[in-house]
Design a protein around this ligand. Structure first.
Ligand code: IMP
Ligand code: MG
Length: 436
């Protein structure tokens, strides 16, 4: 069996949750390597809907081990709540969940800083999920962050929290004219919470590497998407982690030689939540159809997602940055009623065409998409599970996307449930999963 990274090729919300849930049964370990509870991975099983934020999607498969890697930032309150919510729905969580001792903890003051920073940015605000993700990663990079492993040592924990709060109080008071926070209350809370999560914390790099040495397989679950990556996304309108496939190694403590394949999840159109450039954004009827039919509301914040046409510039870039071997195309059925479908080939700005993603935020903001217009299929693809039953024009759309990037499509999702998927024969996925 192979070890596969599954990542988002757009601005997140490509439908990774469904794809990972679908693949999870074939792997032994499912691991998150970045981000935090800003993510929202939706899985529909029967008439039950699960939204996972921090816990790997594999948790819905009782016999699998789920790992929250060192690259993730963990809000303990959110973790405890998510565990409780899942348990209420009958999901078993005990020693099937492991948290890296090197994962950083999101503290209540990170949430405060996230909010005050956003308010101070005014019109230039990023539109974060407000969950303290950015400030927690800042603390990590500033070398003053609190690791999950610190929860095991009361003295170290309290010293670190106290030092952090001293600095934060200075910033709160002097920069944001806000009241100081009381270290005592936060220390008491974290000590109490530590007790309920200590049992999950371990050396997850050691665990994964040992398991791989013994022939177990690993599914690396990306969160957010390439265009939200801190290095490669539409900076500064990005999240604070590396969402790209290569970070699966750093974020889990495994060598690059362990990764056998990269699957990019790509939606048949594009969405974005939060602010920042979005060249193919639609503000007309077509955008409204995608928004409504695709039920494009943020799984974490409930915000309405911005919608637009498929952006070939973004896809080409994501395939390159991640070294994508194969694509899983999602939400094809959302486009069933569109008579004409546009695919962006490049951005035109001051007479020049950019077919490779430009860095310049001005080009991204002002560039006009150059479209290739394709015919819609005007027939239902909902729930289809066989490639041959797709309408010819839907096949043409899929083929057009494959040819554009010379990257094969391995899965086509035609509905939110696991079963509503077309497995395309002869793709790299067959080899990875050893499907004859
Ligand atoms: P943060 O990750 O909360 O700091 O938010 C930074 C940007 O990333 C904002 O535009 C968010 O809307 C976006 N973002 C963060 N997580 C997700 C996600 O899981 N899906 C889509 N957008 C996200
Ligand atoms: Mg999401």
């Amino acid at each position: 069996m192979s070890n596969i990274a599954v990542i988002g090729t757009q601005w997140g919300d490509e439908g990774k949750g469904k794809i990972i849930d679908l693949l999870a049964e074939r792997f032994d370990i499912i691991a998150r390597f970045q981000g935090g509870h800003n993510a929202g991975h939706t899985v529909c099983l029967g008439n039950q809907k699960y939204i996972l934020h921090l816990i790997p999607t594999g948790i819905l498969h009782p016999e699998k081990i789920c790992v929250i890697g060192n690259g993730v930032v963990v809000d303990i309150t959110a973790l405890i709540n998510e565990i409780e919510e899942l348990k209420k729905k009958g999901v078993v969580i005990n020693d099937n969940l492991l948290i890296s001792q090197r994962a950083h903890i999101i503290m209540p003051y990170h949430r405060l800083m996230d909010r005050y920073r956003e308010e101070a940015r005014g019109a230039k605000r990023i539109g974060t999920t407000g969950r303290g993700i950015g400030p927690a990663y800042e603390n990590k990079m500033a070398r003053s962050g609190i690791c999950a492993g610190d929860l095991m040592n009361e003295k170290v924990l309290i010293d670190k929290v106290a030092a952090n709060i001293e600095e934060i109080n200075h910033v709160l008071e002097k920069v944001y004219s806000q009241p100081r926070i009381d270290p005592g209350a936060i220390e008491a809370e974290i000590l109490e919470q530590a007790e309920s999560v200590k049992g999950y914390i371990t050396d997850t790099s050691l665990f994964i590497n040992n398991a791989l040495d013994h022939g177990k397989s690993l599914l690396m679950e990306g969160a957010q998407g390439t265009m939200l990556d801190i290095d490669h996304g539409t900076y500064p309108y990005v999240t604070s982690s590396n969402c790209v496939a290569s970070n699966a190694c750093t974020g889990l403590g495994i060598g690059i030689s362990r990764v056998d394949g990269v699957m990019g999840v790509i939606k048949a159109y594009t969405t974005r939540v939060g602010n920042g450039p979005f060249p193919t954004e639609l503000t007309d009827k077509s955008g409204q159809i995608l928004q409504e039919k695709g039920n494009e509301y943020g799984a974490t914040t409930g915000r309405r997602r911005r919608c637009g046409w498929f952006d070939g510039v973004v896809a080409r870039y994501a395939i390159r940055i991640n070294g994508v071997h194969t694509l899983a195309l999602t939400k094809l059925d959302v486009m069933d009623t569109l008579a004409k479908i546009n695919v962006c080939q490049g951005y035109k700005w001051k007479g020049k065409i950019f077919s490779d993603l430009p860095y310049d935020p001005t080009v991204l903001a002002e560039g006009e998409p150059v479209y290739k217009e394709l015919d819609g299929w005007l027939a239902s693809t909902s729930d289809l599970t066989e490639y041959n039953r797709l309408p010819q024009k839907a096949k043409d759309y899929i083929k057009y996307i494959e040819d554009m990037f010379e990257t094969p499509i391995c899965l086509i999702s035609t509905g939110s449930e696991r079963e509503k998927t077309i497995w395309v024969k002869g793709s790299p996925l067959d080899n990875w999963l050893m499907i004859p």
